[in-house]
Design a protein around this ligand. Structure first.
Ligand SMILES: Nc1ncnc2c1ncn2[C@@H]1O[C@H](COP(=O)(O)OP(=O)(O)OP(=O)(O)O)[C@@H](O)[C@H]1O
Ligand SMILES: [Mg+2]
Length: 396
C-alpha cells in the first residue's frame, strides 16, 4: 500500500534543512519559499524565489530540495517553480542573512559554507571509521580543506587510522573570550585535513572513563570550541548505533548530510535502513550509501562474497539515493589503518580506487563544495561596501 501524501507543513519542515550556502541560512527562514502545495497524487510543488535570476546556486538548491523531498513517503514527484525576488524582498533577505550569520556564529564554529557529512550506520564494525578517514583523505587530495571530527567519543579510532597522536592545543583567539581548540593539521596532496578527536585529549587506555560523559554534549563542544577555520568539508565519524549525537547535529547543524555505510548482507541492510529512517525523522538528508566489505578476491583471483551480496544497492533503492561505491574486503584497508596511512592516500588496488571514486562522486555530484563566486556572496559584499562607503561619507 502506498503511503498517503504528506501535508504542506511537513514538506516545509523538510525544506528547513536546505541551506543557501552563501546566505548561511535555510531557504524557508530566508523567505525564499513563498508557497508549497501537495496534490492528492503526492505531487509536491515548491515555489522558490531566488535573490537574482540566473543565480549560480540554482542547480545546488534544486538538487537539495529534490533530494530532501523526493524520499519522503507518499511523495511521487517534486516540481520547482522558480521566481525572482523584488528589490525590496532582496534587501529584507540580506538583513535576515546578516542577523542569522551573527546568531549562528554564537552556536557553532563551523563555517556556513562548509559541507557537513556525517558517516553513520545501523550497527557497529561495518567500517564507518575506515570509510570516513579514507574518503576524507581522498577529498583533501583533490585540493580541499577537510575537517574530520571523531564523534566516537569513547571508542575513537581516527587518531590511529591517521597516525596522529599529538595532543590538541588550545589557544586564545583575539576577540573570543574562551580559548579555542586548534585541530591537528595534516597536509594531503594539494589539500589539508584538520582533525579533532577525544583521542588527542586522552590516552587510548583511559578512554573508557569517558563513558559517563553525555555524548551529544561533547560533540556540541567540538562544534563550538574548535577553531575550524575555513573548511570546504567536514566529515563526522559517528559512534555506532546512537541517536543522540544525530539529534544534536540536527539541532546544531541542520544542513548535515548523512552518508550510510552498510555491509552487503541483507540483514545488515535492514538495520542500516533504521539509520536512514532516523535521519529522515530528524530532517537530515541521506546523501548516499557506501557498501563496505563487498567481496573478497584471494591471491588466485577467486572472488568470494563473504558477507552476502546486494545489501548496498537494496538499501540505496529503498531510501531513494545513489549507491556511491562498493569497497571490497582487502587486507590493505586494515593494514593501512593499523599503520596510520589510509589506503586511499597513496595505496593501489581496488579498495583504494573505490574510496577515491566515492570521493569524486561526493565532490562532483552529491555534495559539491559551496561556490562562493555565486550571486548572493557578491551581493553581500556589495551591500557591505555600499554601507561602509555610506558610513565613511557621513563621518567625513
Ligand atoms: N574494506 C575493508 N577491508 C578489510 N578490512 C576492513 C575494511 N573495512 C573495514 N575493515 C576493518 O574492519 C574493522 C572495523 O572497521 P571500522 O573500525 O572502520 O568500523 P566502524 O564501523 O567504525 O566500527 P565501530 O562501530 O566500532 O566504530 C577494522 O579493523 C578495519 O580495519
Ligand atoms: Mg568507528
Amino acid at each position: 500500500m502506498n503511503a498517503p501524501p504528506p501535508d504542506a507543513e511537513t514538506i516545509t519542515s523538510l525544506l528547513r534543512s536546505v541551506i543557501d550556502p552563501e546566505l548561511g541560512a535555510d531557504i524557508v527562514s530566508l523567505g525564499m519559499v513563498p508557497a508549497v502545495s501537495v496534490d492528492p497524487d503526492g505531487v509536491v510543488t515548491v515555489e522558490v524565489k531566488l535573490t537574482i535570476r540566473g543565480c549560480p546556486l540554482r542547480a545546488q538548491i534544486k538538487k537539495d530540495v529534490e533530494s530532501r523531498v523526493a524520499v519522503h513517503p507518499g511523495v511521487t514527484d517534486v516540481r520547482i517553480e522558480w521566481g525572482e525576488m523584488t528589490a525590496e524582498e532582496r534587501s529584507e533577505v540580506m538583513t535576515k542573512a546578516r542577523w542569522n550569520a551573527r546568531e549562528q556564529a554564537a552556536t557553532t564554529n563551523v563555517p556556513n559554507t562548509t559541507r557537513v557529512i556525517a558517516v553513520a550506520s545501523g550497527k557497529g564494525g561495518v567500517g564507518k571509521s575506515s570509510v570516513t578517514v579514507n574518503v576524507a583523505v581522498a577529498v583533501a587530495a583533490q585540493g580541499f580543506t577537510v575537517g574530520v571530527l571523531d564523534a566516537d567519543i569513547w571508542g575513537f579510532s581516527v587518531p590511529r587510522l591517521l597516525g596522529i597522536d599529538e595532543p590538541l592545543e588550545a589557544r586564545r583567539i583575539e576577540g573570543v573570550d574562551k580559548p579555542r581548540i586548534i585541530p591537528n593539521s595534516l597536509p594531503v596532496g594539494r589539500g589539508r585535513l584538520e582533525v579533532v578527536s577525544t583521542g588527542f585529549l586522552v590516552e587510548e587506555s583511559t578512554a573508557l572513563m569517558w563513558r559517563g560523559l553525555m555524548l551529544s554534549k561533547a560533540v556540541e563542544q567540538f562544534l563550538n570550541d574548535v577553531q575550524w577555520g575555513e573548511l570546504d568539508y567536514l566529515f563526522i565519524d559517528m559512534p555506532p548505533g546512537t541517536g543522540d549525537v544525530q539529534m544534536g547535529l540536527a539541532r546544531m547543524l541542520p544542513r548535515t548530510d548523512i552518508l550510510i555505510v552498510t555491509t552487503p548482507a541483507l540483514a545488515a541492510q535492514r538495520v542500516a535502513a533504521r539509520a536512514a529512517d532516523m535521519a529522515r525523522r530528524s530532517f537530515l538528508r541521506v546523501c548516499g550509501v557506501v557498501e563496505n566489505m563487498s567481496e573478497f578476491t584471494c591471491e588466485h583471483g577467486e572472488t568470494y562474497a563473504l558477507f552476502g551480496t546486494g545489501g548496498g544497492q537494496a538499501l540505496a533503492d529503498e531510501i531513494g539515493v545513489s549507491l556511491l561505491g562498493q569497497v571490497p574486503i582487502e587486507p590493505t584497508v586494515a593494514a593501512g589503518g593499523d599503520a596510520g596511512t589510509p589506503v586511499a592516500l597513496a595505496g593501489s588496488g581496488r579498495a583504494a580506487d573505490e574510496f577515491r571514486a566515492i570521493a569524486r562522486r561526493i565532490v562532483d555530484e552529491v555534495a559539491p563544495p559551496a561556490n562562493m563566486a555565486g550571486c548572493s556572496a557578491r551581493m553581500l559584499q556589495m551591500v557591505a561596501a555600499a554601507l561602509d562607503a555610506g558610513q565613511s561619507g557621513q563621518s567625513s
